[in-house]
Design a protein around this ligand. Structure first.
Ligand code: NDP
Length: 256
């Protein structure tokens, strides 16, 4: 049996990470590269992607920057093709890019609803559809969809976001059902608030965070690296028996 280091390693694997220009996606790039993967970093902001690639290259891995707008119908397919051309194939797809446009249901716009669905739900579907034939041909693949606790439990003013993440959880199960026979695992990660620079700014007022933390058994929010570590597990051979799961990473919030 391979050592635990080999079981949790992604050495020689090629990962496409969306939303790699900042926040959780940037941390996922760092952790996967640290564990041996080459990275195709996808987002719109070229400067942020250049930062991500610098971090990956510092760790001795290859990185290719792919600027793409995942809200468009063509963007995800074009990004997938560019990544496959650069690396000759993609073994790990991390659908991390996401947007949260917050409003009460009666005030939410149709445009915001459609944009949320395009980035959070349609892009993961289109990227997976484009990359899975190559995974099938090589006999293995890992898909990790970054969803949200809000795809499982309700949060006011998050109608489109919650619907998109709930949809992503359902899509993950269908991916698992259709592609398990090809040794492709698909799982979703559902985090609580994660303290990215933006998350820290939004959630630092105690009057906002207090009520949520009061009913969270661990009494704190998450750090980007804690999401990235779970992504590494789901991208590595250690998780080869796990597929179709929506894994809550929320300090126990939903256990109560
Ligand atoms: P950020 O807002 O910090 O980053 C979002 C990323 O998505 C950026 O890299 C952005 O890149 C990319 N992105 C957004 N729109 C598009 C687009 N149209 N085309 C291409 N890329 C796009 O978010 P987080 O790091 O906080 O969140 C990452 C994921 O984790 C999301 O799916 C989010 O829903 C989920 N999540 C986050 C939580 C949190 O508290 N932070 C909690 C639970 C889930 P660019 O702007 O360069 O295009």
């Amino acid at each position: 049996m391979p050592s635990f280091v080999e079981r949790f390693s992604v050495t020689g694997r090629r990962a496409l990470v969306t939303g790699a220009s900042k926040g959780i996606g940037l941390e996922i790039c760092r952790v996967l590269a640290d564990a041996g993967a080459d990275i195709a970093a996808v987002a719109r902001d070229a400067e942020g992607l250049a930062d991500a690639c610098r971090e990956v290259e510092k760790l001795g891995r290859r990185c290719v920057m792919i600027t793409a707008d995942l809200a468009t119908i063509e963007g995800p397919g074009e990004a997938a093709r560019a990544a496959e051309e650069a690396f000759g194939g993609i073994d790990i797809l991390v659908n991390n890019a996401g947007i949260a446009l917050v409003a009460p249901i009666t005030e939410a716009s149709v445009e915001d609803w459609d944009r949320t669905m395009a980035v959070n739900l349609r892009a993961p579907f289109l990227l997976a559809r484009a990359l899975v034939p190559g995974m099938i041909a090589r006999g293995h693949g890992k898909i990790v969809n970054i969803s949200s606790q809000t795809g499982v439990i309700a949060m006011e003013e998050h109608a489109a976001y919650a619907a998109s993440k709930g949809g992503l959880n359902a899509l993950t199960k269908v991916m698992a059902a259709e592609w398990g026979r090809h040794n492709i695992q698909a799982n979703a990660v559902c985090p609580t608030v994660i303290l990215t620079p933006m998350g820290r700014k939004i959630w630092s007022p105690p009057e906002k965070s207090g009520p949520v933390l009061a009913r969270t058994p661990l009494g704190r929010f998450g750090e980007p690296v804690e999401v990235a570590d779970l992504v590494l597990y789901l991208a590595s051979p250690a998780s080869d028996l796990m597929t179709g799961q929506t894994i809550l990473l929320e300090g126990g919030y939903t256990a109560l």
